[in-house]
Design a protein around this ligand. Structure first.
Ligand SMILES: Cc1cc2nc3c(=O)[nH]c(=O)nc-3n(C[C@H](O)[C@H](O)[C@H](O)COP(=O)(O)O)c2cc1C
Length: 593
């Protein structure tokens, strides 16, 4: 039955935990009350990317984007918009610092500036219904590959497209496939790396949640190209919604004859299973991942020999890489290669988190600048604060300063700048960030996540972490800076796998761009970002203080004194340096020195 309106309710992880299923229920009740249930269809979609303002509801075809919707808003929304045709202004998106809402989704900068390939179906289909994927040309690329192309032609098309792996390293996908296709053996494997261990990254999870079939379709095409008969999707147990949608997608694909014996009535057979990992960062490294599937401890090992599951030819690619494949086969390598830069083709998904107005998930063409992503798509830094740095590439990526905001985002430029692409986490930091503390945080993360096999990585990261802790506690020496540089160099050069090889990046990049902050810590015993507790003091600026008493109320240790019409004062001996007064003050009178 045709419906005049579709109400798309986001059911990605963030929106779902913020009651989007309850919102659906109330919509259904209200539609029944108004006898609109045969005119308006509720569709639960995957993540739309605008996670900072969820739960999100989009009314189509009007394209009205509603944010922060609560179940109690729904009756009014149904009455006003769906019955009377008057969009509800107060729930519509307003750009930061502006008062007038943006009328339609395609006018919102966050969406307007993106180029969607992997996320082309996000928010438009119910990811749990294979027919909706098929209605948007799903499995057409597979049909084309199987009926019109020889396996080698598929590989050629991927090679010509210039697709490079989205898991971080950027290895050319076509070349990887070709080498495995040439290997002897009638039992080969395809693996989808959906481990996604980077803190702050949720690109792969979201891609799966919003469109699981595109990942499956890519894997089936890859299997046909190299002659594989079995595939695994390696994901972490902490991704229950992604796993549930994958399970449903695999079942539906089997039912439709798109997985299993004789796919599309050819003699090509292939099936996929899900493997749930325990969620350690190092499990994403290919040799560790393979060991994990084989039931061994997930420790990386030296290469060569090549990564091979149970000793058999194996292609491992990232979620985004697989989900890109069907579009290349369907639309052609030339189309794909026309997007991006000379050496980094196509698009990349980034999860924008930290001090950014429109946090969420974006897919952008390679070569876009950091400034465009952070300011034009992400809406800039909240509370008009100054940008300090952006960390790209996950825990072992690097922190890039303001002077590099016009840096194009592609594999090679990021490495040149001392960072890397990684699997797509982008952490934005404002002026109230301490870069030494940031290096300490990531080094600690890597220390805890190191599998401990290489002494350089295991002991080197402990040593680096100790030095950074000392500096943040005000106990650092000037010679520590050189020591950190040496340690970072040793860990990188002497370790076996990518974790150790890149573990020096947080320290190196912060030393390269923010050395003055290290010097302020070790020489002046000051923390310019106002973060390292031992090195800071909270004071009240008497000229700005309105004696409102909010800071007095917020202080948990009665460290602030003051009366009406008298500027308040922080008693340093009692101050716990928790920052509650700073947070509470509406007049920016509480300053950190
Ligand atoms: C410590 C470490 C963690 C990694 N984590 C992931 C991950 O979570 N997901 C991923 O796709 N690749 C990860 N990689 C990269 C993989 O080893 C591998 O290069 C990638 O999955 C290959 O797929 P691609 O060619 O499509 O990028 C990690 C590498 C290292 C060294």
């Amino acid at each position: 039955m045709p419906y005049r309106t579709h109400v798309m309710v986001c059911a990605g992880t963030e929106c779902a935990t913020n009651q989007s299923f309850k919102i659906k229920e109330v919509f259904e009740e209200e539609l029944k009350k108004k006898e609109l249930q045969n005119e308006v269809l509720i569709v639960m979609t995957g993540c739309k990317g605008s996670c900072a303002v969820g739960p999100v509801v989009i009314v189509m075809p009007d394209e009205v984007f509603y944010q922060k919707v609560k179940p109690e808003d729904v009756p009014h929304l149904v009455e006003e918009h769906l019955l009377k045709g008057r969009p509800v202004q107060k729930l519509m998106y307003k750009p930061p610092e502006e008062k007038v809402p943006v009328p339609t989704l395609s006018d919102i900068d966050f969406f307007k500036r993106q180029t969607l390939i992997v996320l082309r179906n996000r928010g438009l289909i119910d990811p749990e219904k294979i027919d909706e994927y098929i209605a948007r040309d799903g499995y057409k690329a597979l049909a084309k590959a199987l009926s019109q192309m020889k396996p080698q032609e598929v590989i050629e098309e991927i090679k010509k497209s210039g697709l490079r792996g989205r898991g971080g390293g950027g290895f050319p996908t076509g070349r990887k496939w070709e080498s495995r296709a040439k290997m002897e053996g009638d039992f080969k494997y395809i693996v989808c790396n959906a481990d996604e261990g980077d803190p702050g990254a949720f690109c792969d999870r979201s891609a799966i949640e919003s469109d699981p079939h595109s990942v499956l379709e890519g894997m089936i095409i890859g299997a046909y190209a190299i002659g594989a008969c079995k595939g695994y999707i390696y994901t972490r147990n902490e991704y229950p919604l992604a796993i549930e949608r994958l399970e449903k997608a695999i079942d539906a694909a089997r039912e439709y004859g798109l997985l299993g014996e004789g796919i599309f009535d050819t003699n090509f057979s292939f099936d996929i299973s899900i493997f749930r990992g325990a969620g350690a960062f190092v499990c994403g490294e290919t040799t560790a991942l393979v060991a994990s599937i084989e039931g061994k401890p997930p420790e990386p090992r030296q290469r060569p020999p090549r990564t091979a599951l149970w000793g058999r030819p194996t292609v491992i690619n990232n979620v985004e890489t697989w989900a890109t494949v069907p579009q290349i086969i369907l639309r052609g390598s030339e189309w794909f290669a026309s997007i991006g830069t000379e050496k980094s083709k196509g698009t990349k998904i980034f999860s924008l988190v930290g001090n950014i107005n429109d946090a969420g998930l974006v897919e952008v063409p390679m070569g876009i600048t950091l400034r465009e992503i952070i300011y034009e798509i992400g809406g800039g830094i909240p509370k008009k604060k100054k940008f300090k740095a952006v960390q790209t590439g996950g825990p072992s990526g690097g922190c890039l300063p303001e002077s590099l905001l016009d840096q194009p985002v592609d594999y090679d430029s990021l490495i040149e700048a001392g960072s890397m692409m990684g699997s797509g986490g982008m952490i934005i930091m404002d002026e109230n960030t301490c870069m030494v503390d940031v290096a300490r945080y990531f080094t600690n993360f890597l220390k805890d996540e190191s599998c401990g096999k290489c002494a350089s990585c295991r002991d080197g990261l402990i040593a680096m972490s100790d030095v950074l802790e000392d500096i943040c506690k005000g106990e650092g020496k000037e010679s520590d800076i050189e020591l950190l540089e040496d340690l970072a160099q040793t860990v990188s050069s002497a370790s076996l796998c990518g974790l150790g090889k890149t573990a020096g990046n947080p320290v190196r990049s912060t030393l390269r761009y923010f050395k003055d902050e290290y010097l302020a810590h070790v020489k002046d015993k000051k923390c310019p970002g106002g973060v390292c507790k031992v090195l800071i003091e909270y004071h009240i600026d008497a000229e700005k203080c309105k004696a409102c008493g909010l800071c007095i109320k917020a202080c948990p240790n009665e460290a602030i004194t003051g009366a009406k019409k008298t500027a308040h004062v922080v008693e340093q001996a009692k101050c716990l340096k928790c920052g509650a007064c700073h947070e509470a003050c509406k007049f920016e009178a509480v300053v950190i020195r």
